[in-house]
Design a protein around this ligand. Structure first.
Ligand SMILES: [Zn+2]
Length: 296
């Protein structure tokens, strides 16, 4: 009898486990990372969707509803989600907020032309850490720890999923480092729309010439554009890239006025709705292959 009860309990618990836990990720790239670790135990809803720009995003009522029904809220942090507090309040979200970049040493940028009154300029934190695979390994660990705490029954599964995913990320990082190392350092220069690829540049020693700052909000002035065009000619930069989330108009202007070629759009802050760039692996592979092809 006891054995039969145990079997019934086991069957029942497997039904209970079949109901995935509901979590929200602030943007599409992070949504994929959470899904890779969570597997089928987790239902991931995303606020800023594929092709959307998190820097200037505004929540709709449907977004607030996603959040109010979730038990975990994964965010990038480092100032990426400027709307975070407003959205939490509007959704009356009382669950845990997991900042996945915890433990990552962030890059800081000097913003040119924004000098403080007392003479020193403040570095600005670059939030786009997901372009460095080594930072993504830390994010995956943070996601795995949060899911294990929220759903201890699935702990073993989350650990396994995270380990398998991390192995793929590390392998991709090793291959990518070797491919960039084969290109002479002086040629490793690219122009991008906004300053989103700092972590990729730091990881593989690529010099970046962004049109905009680390947010997409401000467009460069005519004077800044002219200075950048001079710089591209002088440094013989071969490749310019537009992004999936921003207007390609300025990048096209640069290509017309210099000998630089426009590469395929880079996925900077959002995934695509379709393959190949609908996962972090696909996005990273596309971006690095596009840059490598342009620099060869
Ligand atoms: Zn950005």
């Amino acid at each position: 009898m006891r054995q039969i009860l145990a079997v019934i309990c086991l069957v029942l618990s497997s039904f209970v486990a079949a109901e995935p836990i509901k979590v929200v990720a602030s943007f599409s790239i992070l949504g994929n990372l959470v899904q890779e670790v969570g597997g089928d135990r987790v239902q991931v809803m995303t606020l800023v969707g594929p092709g959307e720009d998190a820097h200037v995003w505004q929540a709709k009522p449907a977004d607030l509803k996603k959040l109010s029904g979730a038990s975990l809220f994964f965010v990038n942090g480092l100032g990426f989600e400027g709307w975070l507090k407003r959205v939490e309040q509007a959704a009356a979200y009382k669950g845990k907020v997991i900042t996945v970049t915890k433990g990552i040493k962030p890059l800081t940028l000097k913003e040119e032309g924004h000098h403080d009154h007392d003479g020193h300029d403040h570095g600005k934190t670059d939030p786009h850490a997901w372009h460095d695979p080594r930072a993504v390994l830390v994010m995956v660990d943070n996601i795995s720890a949060a899911l294990q705490a929220a759903d201890p029954t699935g702990a073993e599964q989350y650990r396994k999923n995270a380990a398998a995913f991390k192995a793929k990320i590390s392998q991709l990082d090793t291959q990518t480092a070797a491919a960039f190392a084969a290109i002479p350092g002086a040629n490793r220069k690219v122009v991008t729309s906004h300053d989103a690829l700092g972590y990729l540049g730091a990881r593989y020693q690529i010099q970046l010439f962004p049109l905009q700052g680390i947010s997409t909000e401000a467009e460069p002035s005519a004077k800044e554009m002219a200075a950048l065009i001079r710089e591209i000619r002088k440094s013989k930069i071969k490749a310019v890239f537009a992004e999936n989330i921003s207007n390609p108009k300025l990048i096209d202007q640069i290509a017309r006025e210099t000998s630089a070629k426009v590469g395929p759009p880079i996925y900077s802050d959002a995934l695509d709705t379709k393959a190949p760039a609908n996962t972090w692996i696909g996005m990273f592979t596309h971006n690095t292959q596009a840059i490598l092809a342009a620099l060869k």
